[in-house]
Every structure is written in C-alpha cells, then in structure tokens.
Ligand binder design. Sequence first.
Ligand code: HEM
Length: 142
Amino acid sequence: MNMILEESLRLYPPVILVKRRVAREVRLGNMTLPPSTELYISPLAVHHDPKIWGNDVHLFKPDRFECGIAKATNNTPAAFIPFGFGPRICVGSNFAMAEAKIALAMILQRFKFKLSPNYVHSPIQVIMVKPQHGVQIILEAI
Ligand code: HEM
C-alpha cells in the first residue's frame, strides 16, 4: 500500500510548487544567487524527470518503490518531494500517509472497487492537484 501511495504522490503530487527565499548570497551550481532571490522548486517537474526515474517515468509503477525511496531515486533524496524537503518539510506527512492507509484499508475490508467507464482522466491544479471531474468508482460489497 505504501508503494501505491508513493507512486500516486510521485505522478500527481498535490503540491506542485514549493518556494524558498535565499537568506544570504549563495552559490548554486555555476550560479551566484543574491539575497532575497526567490526559488521555485517543482515536485511535479522533478517527479517526471526521466534522467532520475527512467523512460517509464510517466507510467504508474508502484514497484519502483519496492526497495525504498533511496533505491527508487538512485540515492537522490530531493528527487521525491511530495511533502517538500529539508527543515520545512510537511509536518503532517506521517499523519497524511497513515490516514490514507487506514481509509484505504477500511474500504478494502468491505469492498472490491474498479474505475467506472465514466471516469475521465483530467488532473487539474486548484490550489492542490485534484481530479477535475472527480473519480467515479464502482463498489462491490465483499
Ligand atoms: C497528502 C497530503 C499532504 C501533502 C502532499 C502535503 C504537502 C506539503 C508540502 C509540499 C509542504 C511544503 C514543504 C516545504 O516547503 O518543503 C507542506 C507543508 C506543511 N504541511 Fe503538508 N501536506 C499534506 C498533508 C498535511 C497534513 C495532514 C498536515 C497537518 C496535519 C499538514 C501540515 C503542513 C504544515 C503545518 C506545513 C508547513 C510546515 C513548515 O513550513 O514548517 N500537511 N505540506
């Protein structure tokens, strides 16, 4: 379940941009950034970089996480940042993952489900990334 959630967060990070402001002059690669420069870091872009994830970057493949995030990102921790990175990383990340697993487990204990043929895949950003037309699923009690 962890792998499925991680792969979902990779392909569709709810937060597609995090922002940082440079506090003092800093070298970043071959650039020198003056204080107050604003940096926009896109989890969406990083998560879809074939140089990190390979040519199957756009495919939903939860098993890429089977040996953990470090292995999936070739030891590049900043390549998987659905909850941001560093000292200001999301404080609710563990809570959010636990909550999603509990909710899914409660559904799976009672139902089988499949995607409705009416579903139209159209992720959209309205503050967070979400399915534009909702996600229609067909539940079957077990
Ligand atoms: C799937 C669910 C969630 C996602 C994808 C998410 C994502 C993020 C991201 C990307 C940041 C910015 C991190 C950075 O700048 O490096 C953030 C910050 C934050 N998140 Fe979340 N978040 C989620 C759920 C939650 C929940 C459930 C809570 C509270 C219970 C929460 C509370 C916060 C707070 C307080 C911050 C600001 C942390 C700081 O600036 O020090 N988040 N989140």
